[in-house]
Design a protein. Sequence first.
Length: 489
Amino acid sequence: MSAPRTVVVGGGMGGLLAAIRLRAGGHDVTVLERLEQFGGKVAEWRRDGWTFDLGPSLVTLPHLYDEVLRLAGTSLADEVRMVRLSPQFRYAWPDGSTVDVHDDPQATAAALDALSPGSGARYLRVLARARRIWEVSERTFLAGPMTGARQMLGRMSSPRDLLAIDPLRTLAAAARRDFDDPRLRQVLGRYATYSGSSPYRAPATLACIAAVEADHGAWYPVGGLSALRDAVVRAAGRCGVELRAGAEVARILDDGARVRGVRLADGTELAADHVVANVDAEHLYADLLPDRAAVRRVRAVPRSTSGVVVLVGARGTTGGIAHHNVWFSSDYRREFAEMDGGRMAADPTIYACVSSVTDASQAPRGCENWFLLVNAPPGADVDAAAYGPWLLERLAERGPDLRGRAEFVETIVPRTLEARYRTRGGSIYGTSSNGPRAAFRRPSNAGARQGLHLVGGSSHPGGGLPLVAVSARIVAEMVLGSAQSRPRR
Ligand SMILES: Cc1cc2nc3c(=O)[nH]c(=O)nc-3n(C[C@H](O)[C@H](O)[C@H](O)COP(=O)(O)OP(=O)(O)OC[C@H]3O[C@@H](n4cnc5c(N)ncnc54)[C@H](O)[C@@H]3O)c2cc1C
């Protein structure tokens, strides 16, 4: 009997990881990627000796990547030098105060006490709660496919689990109870943005990210995030996944009930028993397999935020910065209210990753690679030429003045993200976690036809490198279970 044939549409991280898992499970797998390079949002940009990650800059839970690399006969340690960062983040406020979050929670508690007496003990209490949320989430929300809250409840071992995940309060409401100091409320609230959401609308469950970072670390792959991507691409090739770049899928073919393959933009058809879609769910159901009911369901859930990325090749070095830095706005609530209204914030929080702080290969000697990221409402119409200089002025008001040191400034706006990744409005994480039910309304991993599965940031369990790895595991388990494939020897 010949091996089952799977086509993966889209070569982002979720697609590549699912491909490796399915190949290890005995399938013949082909990954079709529209762009000339694999990795999707994990991409780099180079100019005159400077290198920038265009997408993710922070890796959490790297063991999820190691697990897949091992299926391909290698390991993360064999492929990439991963650095566990400390400090993990340096936070700064308009009043000039700063605090570091360290790799060691006790050191973080001491730093918070120095900023705001008494907050160290409060932080450790938050962390204990966050650990419990993470423990429950791992064995319920992340344990398999999700078609509604009932499925999650079924995986809980007692009503205490439901209380533990704190789903009914918003993250901002929890932060108000946890900290007296409004600055620390911003630090906790910021975790909502990891899924492109607002702390004033996303559930307090997202506090679990504090435990993920404190207990499992904030990591950087030397060479940039593209080093992690390259390791995954190598592993896929090595275990026999067929990788085709520059291969745009125009249509997923079906017989009304079951998928039967794909048609490329050049008209070539590939037959398949299974199709795994790693593309944005809206692109899937609007363009590749038009299905009105499915597209309506996707559109009923609010999109995640997009972003404006400003890359600055800076001459010289800056005192007092870390690898990851955040300059908070003076009014967090107003910032998110403006975005809810579809506008760019007038006074935005600015995130800056300067990976040359850790990795000298990312900028010419004595220079820095500044990646600045500001949250943006999906579809925001931003003038790229004007925004970069404007943002450098805002940064100069609060901290480093890069204006006289910038060799170049390159700005990427939501419309660019939309065109490049085929995600409406340039949403970074698919749908958001805004609202207590949003997490259960993400497009399901089981597609609208038999043999179709969805993997990646726009489907369950959501966006971000760790979650797309979980999504790949869930999809591989669903496909291999349904196909009853023989494990490869
Ligand atoms: C600016 C930015 C910052 C981020 N920061 C972080 C961070 O610090 N940490 C973190 O964990 N995550 C971060 N993320 C999120 C993370 O990058 C994504 O969640 C993750 O990479 C998405 O992976 P995916 O599997 O959904 O695939 P994607 O990366 O979305 O890839 C999908 C692929 O499908 C391809 N495709 C689309 N249509 C077609 C078609 N018709 N035919 C063939 N191919 C097609 C696309 O070209 C693309 O390569 C960030 C993202 C961005 C943009």
